[in-house]
Design a protein around this ligand. Structure first.
Ligand SMILES: Nc1nc2c(ncn2[C@@H]2O[C@H](COP(=O)(O)OP(=O)(O)OP(=O)(O)O)[C@@H](O)[C@H]2O)c(=O)[nH]1
Ligand SMILES: [Zn+2]
Length: 207
């Protein structure tokens, strides 16, 4: 049986500073237990390195728990560009917090800079998506977190985030509907205006 302290704060929005350091030994012990539980022999040749491998993989998969959006939205420029900036088709791999299996697809992230034209590096938008994707997630919360952190840090006039993902928990098990895609959006500030929103959506949909 695995025992030990649990994270002091349990909310999904807790700050990275409150998340305890990654405990690889604990993850390894848990994977060994899981293999025993399903009736496998964790000491057989093919599996003996598996708990350590999974522990290493989980460190990467959940690295976002120890990152803040401020860590990646660092490079900002004052370009004086006040029109919409949209990066679309950002590949997303996240983990469904209900089943701990992946959901994957694309995110489209757009914003309208403020009157000072404060913008960020394009790659930083993709990094921001990863900060929230690399956590146990639900797609709705991930979408909201991306939008709200952009609003807070860049103080833009508006933000739109659209995420389209296939959830493997719906494809490979349970209801077994491969190919279905879940679309979530979060729209903030001036991006809520009908004309602006329509422009953003046509840029997102147009291939
Ligand atoms: N809203 C939302 N639901 C999700 C997400 N990922 C998985 N789910 C759903 O979470 C639900 C969990 O339902 P439960 O009935 O508790 O679990 P379950 O018995 O494994 O459900 P099934 O997947 O239907 O077999 C399922 O309907 C999943 O499709 C997500 O990102 N957002
Ligand atoms: Zn799931």
């Amino acid at each position: 049986m695995i025992t030990g302290p649990i994270a002091p704060l349990t909310g999904a929005d807790r700050p990275a500073a409150d998340v305890p350091p990654y405990d690889a030994a604990r993850a390894e012990a848990a994977v060994r237990e899981l293999l025993l539980a399903v009736g496998e022999n964790p000491d057989r040749e093919g599996l003996k390195e598996t708990p350590a491998r999974v522990a290493r993989a989980y460190a990467e998969t959940f690295a976002g728990l120890r990152q803040e959006p401020e860590d990646v939205l660092t490079t900002t420029f004052d370009l004086g560009h006040e029109e919409m900036v949209l990066v679309k088709d950002i590949e997303v791999y996240s983990t469904c917090e209900h089943h701990l299996v992946p959901f994957h697809g694309v995110a489209h992230v757009g914003y309208i800079p403020n009157e000072n034209g404060l913008i960020t590096g394009l790659s930083k938008l993709a990094r921001l998506v990863d900060v929230f994707a690399r956590r146990p997630q639900v797609q709705e919360r991930m979408t909201t977190q991306i939008a709200d952190s952009l609003m807070k840090i860049l103080e833009p006039r508006g933000v739109i985030v659209v995420v389209e993902c296939e959830h493997l928990c719906m494809s490979m098990r349970g209801v077994r509907k491969p190919g279905s895609r879940t679309v979530t959006s979060a729209v903030r500030g001036q991006m809520r205006d009908a004309v602006t929103r329509a422009e953003a959506m046509s840029l997102i949909i147009g291939k």
